[in-house]
Design a protein around this ligand. Structure first.
Ligand code: NDP
Length: 245
């Protein structure tokens, strides 16, 4: 018998934007799979928020930058849910390792690309086959304003996020006949642990809307992109940045 539940996996779903997306997709009726790699208490807290609101969430710990861990975690999940498939994938896991290019250590270049770009490749390739054979899937890649305009001090991060946009456009064309959509979301400054060290009062003067965005605002956009209403939107990159370009 087919499992009736619809599953959505959010990478880096334990904190920040990913957590807000997980909470929102649970409200939309998805059984949410919260991926994380290090901060177990944060992941448990995210799960509790969803459960307290009457939703369903499970945790799946793996490092998206590691192909073996990713493959094993997904295989273990399928063993527990033999009839199910993951219909929605939000590639949100990401890190910053900022430095001017001349001072950038090899490790910081590779770690950022491994997480954002290779992470996208490892998990997406794995889940894509089922989406295509079931003839429904939604993939949303969390890119960044940095990937659109390039940010000094973030050559690694800008390169990874720009690459994600190219991958979004290419993959969208590969899988559109199977009713799988692939889109990117490019947030500007959003309040989260990732932006905690930034000078918000100075930076918000540059933002036409005069403030940082909330993770929940990004989650609303993701919720729309995975809905049936967005079936004809694919290969797009949608900015959510308060007018900052
Ligand atoms: P946070 O630092 O608040 O959260 C990052 C999340 O990613 C955590 O859940 C973390 O889990 C997880 N994570 C990190 N590395 C890995 C990994 N290798 N494998 C699995 N999970 C991982 O970040 P934000 O919420 O701010 O950002 C989320 C996404 O949005 C990122 O891709 C970021 O680049 C992007 N973005 C953010 C903006 C902002 O202003 N905040 C602006 C534009 C884009 P754990 O703690 O367990 O490692």
């Amino acid at each position: 018998m087919e499992e009736k539940e619809r599953y959505a996996l959010v990478t880096g779903g334990s904190r920040g934007i990913g957590r807000a997306v997980a909470v929102r997709l649970a409200q939309d009726g998805y059984s949410v799979i919260i991926n994380y790699t290090a901060d177990e208490p944060a992941a448990l807290q995210a799960q509790e928020v969803i459960r307290n609101a009457g939703g369903t969430a499970e945790l799946l710990r793996f490092d998206v930058s590691c192909p073996e861990q990713t493959e094993k975690a997904v295989a273990d999940w399928h063993e527990k849910h033999p009839q199910a498939y993951i219909a929605v994938l939000v590639n949100n896991a990401g890190i910053r390792r900022d430095n001017l290019m001349v001072f950038m250590p090899d490790a910081d270049w590779h770690k950022v690309l491994d997480t954002t770009l290779n992470g996208f490749f490892h998990i997406t390739r794995n889940l894509l086959k089922n989406m295509m054979t079931r003839r429904f899937g939604r993939i949303v890649n969390i890119s960044s304003l940095s990937g659109l305009k390039g940010m000094p001090g973030q050559v690694n991060y800008s390169a990874a996020k720009a690459a994600l946009i190219g991958a979004t456009k290419a993959l969208a064309q590969e899988v559109a006949p199977r009713k799988v959509t692939v889109n990117a979301v490019a947030p500007g400054f959003i309040k989260s642990d990732m932006t905690r060290d930034l000078d918000e009062s100075a930076l918000k003067k540059l933002i036409p809307a005069g403030r940082f965005g909330q993770a929940e605002e990004v989650a609303e956009l993701v919720s729309f992109l995975v809905s049936d209403k967005a079936a004809y939107i694919t290969g797009e990159t949608i900015s959510i940045n308060g007018g900052l370009y």
